[in-house]
Design a protein around this ligand. Structure first.
Ligand code: AMP
Ligand code: GLY
Length: 425
């Protein structure tokens, strides 16, 4: 089977790495891919949001199955386009992907179905939003309703910060159209947990728990990033608890989307806070998490291709994926100097091969590019060092042993991934 993965991040490298182990695979493409995917697949120089370009390539090469993972092509309707042209594609349709692409749409469904979430109000007028924040107790979270590359949610400690954030989103259009409408919600306290559910539109299947560390600095300090590290499973959250959380926040959502005539087939990723008043949803994503996927692919024993095909073919009920027992993963992001703000590209990276030789360590590439045979930086999050162990401490020690072998100018990373999973940030 000829398979193509759309995207170029660590998540896509991890999926490609696992797909490459499938017996059913005959040829693997990643579009556009990175220096890591180039080693295991054929990179195709077509951007992830060039829907027509991707379609033309898939038709020409007779790709049997395309896996669409980034949020933007999903929100633009890549899966609809491929299906309309008789091609099999993994991921939700444009209508179902609204669950991530519009925070207001997601909040309305949660309210309708009684799914626990932060209290909120939504606004498309700056003056009304500003008048509302004047009445609030702080801190609050202000979020651009649309897609903002994981940077559209801002914690505001007081009225002045809230006003500045609203001005940036709604008047200065820091996130373009995505910030024309905003959601203002109460601040939720507690450890964060990522859930991942595969769905074929009728049935769903919960993956193990995981945790993403989004703030850029140790101890959960600094601005949010796309994700500086992951652990999976999250210590203290077993599969029974995950299944219970699935009944609370996955089942009613999927049911509602089906009732609306827009069933969700693909990967649903709810982000939750485990507050003292119970679990509450922060957001729904319509795709695999990045960097959660890097951890999941290390834990999965079964064939990922079979699982993803079962979602597209409405056969998920027949699947019983096997996860590695008593195994933990710690996955650490190595970022470019300046990230999540502006950063430069083109620094030469050393030590990847040495780190990859360590037992139980796998390196996943994100923003990397081969230039004259040398691996160089080409993005904000550059590499992930993932390690498995029979305890979180063991996995953590192996991951950081790998990190210590790699370097590039400006490289920075968090030192506490896997250390503080109860009060993470
Ligand atoms: P989002 O863009 O909605 O994924 O939010 C990004 C991150 O901001 C989340 O992963 C949380 O760490 C944090 N966050 C979002 N909303 C809240 C909230 N209401 N209370 C506390 N933290 C939040
Ligand atoms: N783990 C963060 C994200 O994928 O949005």
């Amino acid at each position: 089977m000829k398979v193509m993965v759309i995207g170029s991040g660590g998540r896509e490298h991890a999926l490609a790495w696992k797909l490459a182990q499938s017996k059913r695979l005959t040829k693997l493409y990643v579009a556009p891919g990175n220096a890591g995917t180039a080693e295991i697949a054929e990179n195709v120089a077509i951007g992830a949001t060039d829907l027509e370009g991707q379609l033309a390539f898939a038709l020409k090469e007779k790709i049997d199955f395309t896996i669409v993972t980034p949020d933007d092509p999903l929100a633009l309707g890549m899966v609809d386009l491929f299906q309309a042209n008789g091609l099999k594609a993994f991921g939700p349709t444009k209508a179902a992907a609204q669950i991530e692409a519009s925070k207001i749409f997601a909040k309305e469904i949660m309210e309708k179905r009684g799914i626990p979430t932060a209290e909120y109000r939504s606004f498309d007028s700056f003056d009304e939003a500003k008048a509302y924040v004047d009445t609030l107790a702080f801190p609050v979270f202000i979020k651009a309703s649309g897609l903002a590359q994981g940077k559209g949610a801002v914690a505001c400690a007081d009225v002045a910060e809230a006003e500045q954030t609203l001005r940036g989103m709604m008047i200065d259009k820091d996130f373009g159209e995505a910030g024309e409408s905003v959601v203002i919600e109460t601040f939720l306290d507690g450890p964060e947990i990522s859930l991942h559910a595969l769905s074929d539109g009728n049935n769903y299947l919960m993956l193990p728990s995981s945790q993403d560390n989004k703030p850029v600095y140790d101890g959960g300090k600094g601005p949010n990033t796309g994700g500086m590290g992951t652990v999976a499973p999250l210590p203290g959250v077993d599969q029974h608890q995950v299944d219970e959380l699935g009944k609370l926040v996955v089942a009613p959502l999927l049911d509602e989307l089906s009732k609306m005539g827009t069933p969700f087939a693909g990967l649903l990723y709810p982000g939750l806070k485990l507050t003292s008043n119970g679990a509450k949803v922060i957001e729904y994503n319509a795709r695999f998490g990045d960097p959660e996927t890097q951890a999941y692919m290390r834990l999965l024993d079964s064939d990922i291709l079979e699982l993803l095909l079962a979602c597209t073919d409405a056969k998920l009920a027949t699947m019983k994926p096997i996860w590695r027992k008593e195994t933990y993963v710690v996955n650490v992001a190595l970022a470019s100097g300046g990230y999540p703000g502006s950063y430069s590209k083109g620094a030469v990276i050393t030590g990847i091969d040495e780190a990859a030789k360590l037992d139980d360590v796998v390196i996943f590439h994100a923003g990397t590019k081969l230039v004259d045979g040398q691996c160089t930086t080409n993005g904000g999050r550059v590499l992930y060092v993932s390690a498995t162990g029979s305890s979180i401490e063991e996995a953590r020690a192996k991951a950081y042993a790998g990190v210590s072998l790699i370097s590039f100018e400006g490289m920075h990373y968090r030192h506490d991934i896997g250390q503080e999973t109860k009060n993470n940030g």
